[in-house]
Design a protein around this ligand. Structure first.
Ligand code: 13P
Length: 285
């Protein structure tokens, strides 16, 4: 099954009202866990590599791994660069074969966010690659509720950014946060409805970890299509690895396998909860 573009996965999902899980992968086990889960669930999926994870692992190691694994998968897989603030990193990932990139100008003043996003859209579209942007800021779970709520996306500004940039998907802040929550999230569904009514592109939820399933499902029904999950896989990896490592001496394979299986269970569960299970188009032959 080929590596597919972001829009190829998100457009049909938006029409049919299901969500596509996008997982932050960071090593061989996480890449394989997500693909194995997607194949078992017959679900389309997005493999994301964050700018920080690429820097930590070495860009080519993780990037090439994700692209090669996606090319061999039996379900449609999009390989996406998550949270890049750098035009140059976007270009390097496109050259590696990524089919989607996020340019994150959410920390910039609106006009600068638009200008950076537009520059990336022009270059990426010329290479046939889709682009996600962010407006408003999805902060971290440890930030105070007041801080988090102060960065929510303005619906009119979101519509303006989409019009002015030609972006393919938009990450919006409606009350979720990255990482583990100190204070549980409160999602602003009315805001999401207004954004979805004004923006003709699939919307992206960041901060999928720890956001209650019923809130995610309601958000999907209102127009969120791509749902990012990162922290949960890293937590699964560490907990399963540490627990299995205790009894396996210097055998590294057992804890790695335990970690992979734990991440695969989470990935499969997310695909079912978001409604993507069974949505993969079967390969011919
Ligand atoms: P979590 O780590 O909270 O799941 O968020 C992931 C994310 O949004 C990556 O962009």
């Amino acid at each position: 099954m080929p590596l597919v573009g972001l829009s190829e996965l998100l457009r049909p999902a938006r029409e049919a009202g299901y969500g596509i899980a996008a997982f932050n992968v960071f090593n061989v086990e996480s890449v394989r866990a997500v693909i194995d889960a997607a194949e078992a669930e017959e679900a389309p999926v997005i493999l994301m590599t964050g700018a920080n994870d690429l820097a930590a692992t070495g860009e080519a190691y993780l990037g090439e791994l994700a692209v090669r694994a996606a090319e061999r998968a039996r379900v449609p897989v999009c390989v996406h660069l998550d949270h890049s603030k750098s035009f140059d990193l976007v270009m390097r990932c496109i050259r590696m074969g990524y089919t989607s990139v996020m340019i994150d100008g959410s920390h910039l003043p609106f006009d600068e966010n638009v200008a950076l996003t537009r520059r990336v859209v022009e270059a990426a579209h010329a290479a046939g690659v889709d682009v996600e942007a962010e407006l408003g800021q999805v902060l971290r779970g440890k930030h105070t509720m007041v801080d988090r709520q102060s960065q929510l996306t303005d619906p009119d500004a979101a519509a303006q950014l989409v019009r002015q940039t030609g972006v393919d998907a938009l990450a919006v802040a409606i009350g979720t946060a990255h990482g583990l929550y100190d204070i549980p999230p409160q999602l602003d569904f009315a805001r999401l409805e207004r954004i979805a009514a004004l923006c003709d592109v699939p919307l992206v939820m960041h901060g999928g970890t720890g956001t209650p399933d019923d809130a995610i499902q309601r958000a999907i029904a209102l127009g969120m299509v791509k749902v990012n999950v990162g922290t949960q896989l890293r937590k699964d990896f560490i907990e399963a690895f540490v627990s299995a490592a205790g009894s396996s001496g210097v055998d590294v394979r057992k804890p790695l396998a335990a970690a992979r299986e734990a991440m695969q269970r989470t990935a499969a569960d997310r695909m079912r909860v978001f409604g993507a299970a069974g949505r993969a188009v079967r390969p011919r032959g």
